[in-house]
Write a protein that binds this ligand. Structure first.
Ligand SMILES: [Zn+2]
Length: 84
């Protein structure tokens, strides 16, 4: 893992709790912000804050919540299926 400017225990603790509550404590090891994600060349980051739809999950480089991506993809294929 690359060296990272530490976000501070309060912030890390908040993210760790959010990740643990969401069932994936590993998410706390993701970069805490989009800027740090880019610095590290990663593809996901985790703020610990819920998205517009209330998912607590990592965000990708487009700032899209990964659970929303899955939901959107599922809706897209469902629409296609029903269109046939
Ligand atoms: Zn979402």
């Amino acid at each position: 893992m690359t060296h990272r400017e530490f976000e501070g225990w309060a912030e890390f603790g908040r993210r760790l709790k959010a990740a643990t509550d969401a069932g994936s404590p590993d998410w706390a090891r993701l970069p805490p912000s989009e800027r740090i994600m880019h610095d590290e060349g990663g593809r996901h980051y985790f703020t610990g804050r819920p998205c517009n739809r209330g998912h607590v999950s990592p965000r990708d480089a487009n700032r899209c919540c990964t659970q929303c991506n899955v939901a959107n993809m599922r809706a897209f294929y469902d629409r296609k299926k029903h269109a046939v």
